[in-house]
Design a protein around this ligand. Structure first.
Ligand SMILES: C[S@@+](CC[C@H](N)C(=O)[O-])C[C@H]1O[C@@H](n2cnc3c(N)ncnc32)[C@H](O)[C@@H]1O
Length: 530
């Protein structure tokens, strides 16, 4: 620990705090650089790993973290294709393109036959060790170009062995890294009897133990590698290619879940994970992200978390039958017509559901079935037609609470459809449709403030949509003589404020930069116009 108030290098009285951890001070830039190189780089963090009975290991803030601040940046420890993946180059991890005639198949590695971009990827550091082993074991991959499959985006399950193999190879290649990987939680006991692990058992065990020759590895240890990946890996969308991969980030893997999270992540072009504070996180507070979707109701979130991450969430939102007054799980009572039916114990997925006003009860099984049916129905809706989404809301207006999860999902879809769907581009929409878009965005922003507030992507998208609709609305109302020039300028300035906030929230999202730039330019032009 360095003396507060004294330069960490020379010990003279100093006040320039390190911007990262704010834990040490320097007399000047030079000594800050020296200290960084001497090892502060490894210890400069604004969080620590803590442990408790509910969460296991988790991260806690060691100083106040500002809203919007990037507080963790980490490079991937190991990565590879997802369990089922479209044909992917194992050297550079790009999705493989259709072969150019006269070729009829993908370029194949001359040694192990896995499809690659070309000869330049054969010696990639990612591929070389697995290639050498597969070649020595005379294994030949059999993934061929199939125009029908590529057109339908069909995934190959053969890729499920690659990332586990890369982890297993670490044991000899880099024992220290393997030891670090082995410290991650796995939940193998909970996973091993699931149908997925039964299939994995058949495929992965045969590949690793028999085909690759790791016969000294026990079945448990091989499956534990897969289980560690399932518990801790992040899905990464590569910025340059859009390709989705799986990667382990050991520090980020310590971040626990909360259904109302104070942090979220994104990735940069070098595949670093960046964690951003969605809200101010006070010193000592648990840093939490969401492993599931905030718009899902408690029953659906808890089932999803149990299935994928093997724990029963008991957070504040999950413990509240009213879901922080949003009633995201509630349905309307068919008996008294005015009460809301909610769970009698949200921490027990099998608990009875009851009307808040009359004695009407519904078993959890039926609520579950209803949720499943709604999800299927929404999936089947024509994604290009706002009308069918509005019809859904109308159809269930007496069944689902106005903030029920399915209603929220459909309303969110409508905010995206109005302004983008064929026949519903902003300039094509009538005034009523523009007004509807404004109202939906405002309603969902209120929900976001409770369930997914601050610097969330959900809020960023809603702010962008809202500002776009407000600009169109203001211009039309001015043209119709409903607004004075001053009024319209005020409205445009209001839209600019929303846009500025969206830009701040989305500034690290590479896909959004063009749209944000365009919108800002457009709105600045409107504001300048007389
Ligand atoms: C990515 S790991 C997080 C680090 C982990 N706690 C550890 O000690 O290695 C995910 C696991 O952490 C635990 N976890 C995270 N958030 C939790 C929560 N809100 N309630 C209970 N367990 C949680 C679960 O066991 C989950 O499968």
């Amino acid at each position: 620990m360095t003396n507060q108030g004294k330069c960490a290098v020379c010990g003279v009285a100093a006040s320039q705090k390190c911007g990262g951890c704010r834990n040490v001070v320097y007399c000047g830039k030079e000594h800050q650089i020296i200290h960084w190189k001497k090892g502060h780089k490894g210890e400069c963090k604004c969080y620590e790993v803590a442990t408790n009975d509910t969460l296991g290991r988790h991260l806690r803030a060691t100083r106040d973290i500002k809203k919007g601040e990037i507080f963790l940046r980490e490079k991937p420890f190991i990565y590879g294709p997802k369990v089922a993946s479209a044909p992917t180059c194992l050297g550079c991890h790009r999705t493989l393109q259709a072969p150019e005639p006269p070729q009829t198949n993908f370029y194949k590695c001359t040694r192990c036959s896995w499809p690659l971009c070309g000869p330049q990827c054969e010696r990639s550091t990612h591929h070389i060790d697995e290639c050498e082993l597969m070649t020595a074991r005379k294994f030949n991959a059999k993934i061929d170009y199939n125009p029908n499959k590529e057109q339908t985006g069909k995934k190959e399950s053969a890729y499920c062995v690659i990332l586990p193999l890369r982890c297993i190879l670490l044991k000899n290649k880099n024992p220290e890294a393997f030891a670090r990987f082995s410290q991650l939680e796995d939940h193998l006991n909970e996973r091993k009897d699931t149908p997925l692990y039964k299939i994995l058992g058949a495929n992965l065990l045969t590949f690793i133990k028999t085909v690759m020759g790791f016969s000294e590895w026990s079945d448990e240890d091989v499956l534990r590698v897969a289980a560690r990946l399932d518990t801790n890996a992040f899905e990464v969308r590569q910025v340059a290619t859009g390709q989705k991969l799986r990667a382990i980030y050991p520090n980020a893997a310590m971040i626990s879940h909360d259904c109302v999270s104070n942090a979220r992540h994104t990735f940069d072009a070098q595949m670093h994970i960046l964690f951003i504070a969605k809200q101010k996180i006070a010193k000592g507070e648990i840093i939490a992200t969401s492993y599931t979707q905030p718009l899902k109701c408690t029953l659906m979130r808890r089932q999803h978390l149990l299935q994928t991450k093997c724990f029963e969430c008991t957070c504040k939102r999950c413990s509240d039958p009213e879901e922080l007054s949003t009633f995201a799980g509630a349905i309307l009572c068919s008996k008294c017509k005015i009460g809301k039916i909610i769970s009698t114990n949200p921490l027990d997925n099998a608990a009875l559901w009851k009307c808040q006003l009359c004695p009407h009860e519904i078993p959890a099984k039926q609520i579950n079935w209803g949720n499943g049916a709604m999800v299927k129905e929404i999936e089947s809706l024509n994604k290009k037609s706002p009308r069918v989404f509005e019809e859904f809301l109308h159809r269930y207006r007496d069944t689902l609470h106005e903030k029920n999860t399915h209603v929220l999902q459909v309303k969110y879809a409508l905010t995206q459809l109005y302004g983008n769907a064929p026949g519903f581009q902003m300039h094509e929409m009538n005034d009523a449709a523009v007004k509807r878009k404004v109202e939906l965005c405002q309603e969902l922003l209120d929900i976001a403030d409770i369930l997914d507030g601050g610097f969330s992507i959900f809020r960023g998208n809603l702010l962008l949509d809202l500002q776009e609709a407000l600009v169109v609305q203001a211009k039309r109302e001015f043209e119709q003589g409903l607004l004075t020039k001053t009024n319209v300028q005020e409205k445009l300035a209001e839209a600019m404020e929303l846009l500025k906030e969206a830009v701040e929230i989305m500034k690290l999202e590479p896909d959004m930069q063009e749209v944000l730039k365009e919108r800002t330019q457009q709105l600045a032009n409107e504001l300048e116009m007389d």
